[in-house]
Design a protein around this ligand. Structure first.
Ligand code: PLP
Length: 279
């Protein structure tokens, strides 16, 4: 099964996709992206991801080169060409190629790249055991709601987590939990599920919205509000949500057990409901 690439309207083998060195995505991180996965070959929450791509682009003053319907068609065509059992689609749009100058170029067309690769699902054992996370200062900028390709703080946090044997970094800003390096963070205390509110400090995760809706439907009290590091450390359960992690228990935090040190009941319930919601 081939890995598929796409550049500005044309599909090609992934290794043939080349972007010029003066692309502003390469030089400035001047671009936005999305990651979409399939379930049973169907792109999950495609419209929500494309809507977020549109919001991210708008927030950085970038006019997207295609309409929603065209994006949907490109994604479906890429999936058909790749013909993987399950795929991971990466879309990146940058402000395009121009001589290096910080201010926007007067006239440049955006660069649009898509890759379609076989999905490597998360190790099933991790779903059973849960994972370790490590807290870190949130050194990111003030518009984390924009899914920008500027991921250096996330990259560094993930690397630091890896070096100490943790799966994910959980960011703290002024003593409050924001989110993970690649996920949203949910904290369960008693009967209440808490998570940072939408806003400029976090990415509004597509999985986050789905899981919060499932939680409310299951009768769990949901509070979208600032969660302190003390609440995090004394939580009964902590879990992550995201396109690649789905619903994933955090059972150790900074080397100490979370709750019982095993995936908790609310996490288990929502993980099962999430899987069931996939049809
Ligand atoms: N927060 C950050 C920083 C992320 O990078 C991601 C996913 O990549 C998420 C949250 C989860 O978002 P989603 O559920 O849309 O994948």
């Amino acid at each position: 099964m081939p890995d598929i690439g796409f550049l500005n309207g044309r599909f090609m083998p992934l290794e043939q996709v080349l972007v010029p060195v003066e692309d502003r995505g390469f030089q400035f991180g001047d671009g936005v992206y999305e990651v979409i996965r399939t379930y049973r070959g169907v792109p999950y929450q495609l419209e929500a991801h494309l809507a977020r791509l549109e919001r991210s682009a708008q927030a950085i003053g970038l006019a997207l080169p295609y309409r929603l319907r065209e994006w949907q068609d490109f994604v479906r065509e890429g999936l058909a060409l790749g013909a993987h059992d399950e795929s991971k689609v990466y879309i990146q749009v940058t402000r395009g190629v121009a001589p290096r100058d910080h201010a926007f170029p007067a006239s440049t067309s955006p660069t649009m790249v898509m890759t379609v690769r076989a999905l490597r699902p998360l190790d099933a054992a991790l779903r059973e055991t849960g994972v370790e996370a490590a807290t870190m200062d949130d050194l990111r900028w003030g518009r984390c709601d924009i899914k920008s390709v500027n991921l250096l703080p996330n990259v560094m946090a993930k690397q630091k987590a890896k070096e100490i044997g943790a799966f994910e970094a959980i960011f703290l800003r002024n003593g409050m939990v924001t989110e993970g390096a690649v996920s949203n963070v949910m904290v369960v205390r008693g009967e209440v599920l808490m998570t940072a509110p939408e806003g400029e400090r976090i990415l509004s995760g597509v999985t986050r919205s789905v899981v919060l809706a499932l939680a409310r439907k299951a009768g769990v009290t949901v509070q979208e509000r600032a969660v302190s590091v003390e609440e995090l450390r004394s939580a009964d359960e902590v879990f992550l949500t995201g396109t690649t992690v789905e619903v994933l228990a955090v059972v150790r935090l900074d080397g100490a057990p979370v709750g019982t040190g095993r995936p908790g009941t609310v996490t288990g319930l929502l993980s099962a409901r999430f899987q069931a919601s996939l049809g």
